[in-house]
Design a protein around this ligand. Structure first.
Ligand SMILES: [Cu+2]
Length: 435
């Protein structure tokens, strides 16, 4: 007797990646030899002391470490859900194993999967760290790879789309200066990059730099480089980033204006807001998005080097770890305030589309699509051809997540876990932001 477990609607191994959101799964008797009626099986974690852990649920049963299901003898599939057990993420590729046993304890199948989440860089194993920097280096390919397009999404022509600039429109005088889509735009941006990295190496995830805490591991020759005053950061001779090249330039400067070995980020104006202070910016999106200035902006300006200027910041890989933390802060804030659904007051600012009364700048209204993924390059959008990590305009698709669409709207970036739209998961989670 054998069983077959299928995750995320595909029996391909590339589908066996989950986060904290319940993912659709099926189980069936693939070989019913010896059964003369429905077979009750138990799903469990094969190893409970090592590797990623999962929980099982059904439409009527709450999540648990085991699940009993009767399987029809004719081999038709039975639905269930599987999710990563919060704070029990994988450390290596597909180190979680769903084991199925019959009533006598005989093992009917084992299915490997990975609970793949974005982690605090200070908690990574050496293998996780190396997987990340190696994949990033391969994606850049010493300046010859598609990483150039990721950078080209965040140059000066694009900053109206991704950041705040200019005064608020006259009909909306109290609006923050065009900042609304700062967080959704960067969420899409990071996800597009992460999917590009996962196309090279499925086990990789973006990770985040908690800039309000010291992270000496990060600023070391084996990770993102050791600062050297006035010159490029130093990498160890085995670090795949040692040949990091952008704009025909090898290496980059990143001089901290703070003691990077002992404290969180700080500049002449003082430290970045702590996480707790950031959450206290307010309980509406309009109040919270002021974090674009502090802590986000200040985290950038805690260094001398390309990272302190928006148009050049993506030359430095730290940019992506900084922004991953910005996105995580938003995700955590969303969770704390239960704000994923735009029809709930405070989730987002303007709920209409460009051209409606009260609209702010195109690309920043809830129902607007976002450049470059929408492929539009006529004013007032950036007029340069939109760079793309995929063959045409649009986000890279995912083998495990159906969302967002290739040309996402601002709205689609809000509920990344499917909190208010069950099953609509974007394919990423944070180690400390639960579902
Ligand atoms: Cu930034």
């Amino acid at each position: 007797m054998r069983t077959e477990v299928v995750l995320n609607g595909s029996s391909a191994p590339s589908a066996n990646y989950i986060g904290w959101s319940p993912r659709p799964a099926t189980i069936r008797l693939s070989d019913a030899t010896g059964a003369n009626g429905p077979v009750v099986v138990t799903l469990r974690n094969q190893r409970t002391n090592v590797g990623g852990q999962v929980v099982f649920s059904t439409s009527t049963q709450t999540p648990g470490a085991t699940l009993q299901l009767p399987l029809p003898v004719n081999g038709s599939p039975v639905d269930f859900f599987v999710a990563g057990k919060f704070r029990s993420a994988s450390e290596t590729d597909r180190d979680a194993v769903i084991e199925v046993v019959d009533g006598a304890g005989a093992v009917l199948s084992q299915t490997s999967l990975m609970v793949r989440v974005r982690k605090d860089v200070t908690t990574l194993t050496a293998a996780e760290r190396d997987l990340f920097i190696d994949t990033l280096a391969r994606f850049n390919a010493s300046g010859m790879g598609k990483f150039a397009d990721v950078r080209a999404m965040h140059v000066s022509a694009a900053l109206d789309e991704s950041h705040g600039s200019g005064p608020p429109p006259p009909q909306f005088p109290n609006a923050p200066a065009f900042r609304d889509a700062f967080l959704p735009w960067h969420r899409a941006y990071l996800l597009d990059l992460e999917r590009a990295l996962q196309a090279i190496e499925p086990a990789v995830a973006l990770h985040y730099w908690r800039f309000d805490k010291s992270a000496p591991q990060l600023f070391s020759p084996d990770f993102l480089g050791e600062p050297r005053t006035g010159s490029s950061v130093r990498f160890s001779s085995t670090n795949p980033l040692r040949n990091w090249k952008v704009d025909s330039q090898v290496g980059f400067q990143r001089d901290p204006r703070f003691n990077h070995l002992t404290s969180g980020a700080s500049n002449a104006n003082g430290p970045v807001l702590t996480e707790a202070q950031t959450f206290k910016l307010g309980t509406t999106y309009r109040a919270f998005v002021r974090m674009e200035g502090q802590p986000h902006g200040r985290a950038h300006t805690c260094f001398d080097g390309p990272i302190n200027n928006p148009a050049t910041a993506p030359r430095d890989p730290l940019f992506f770890l900084l922004h991953c933390n910005v996105d995580r802060l938003w995700a955590q804030w969303q969770f704390l305030n239960r704000l994923w659904n735009p029809t709930v007051a405070g989730t987002y600012t303007f709920l209409g589309k460009d051209g409606d009364p009260g609209a702010t700048r195109v690309g920043h209204n809830l129902l607007d699509t976002m450049w470059p993924w929408n492929g539009i390059h006529a004013s007032p959008r950036p007029t340069t051809p939109p760079p793309s990590t995929s063959a045409g305009p649009g986000m890279l698709p995912s083998s495990i997540a159906g969302a967002p669409r290739a040309q996402p709207t601002v709205e689609e970036m809000l509920d990344y876990q499917g909190q208010t739209r069950p099953g609509v998961w974007q394919g990423f989670d944070y180690d400390d932001v639960m579902f």
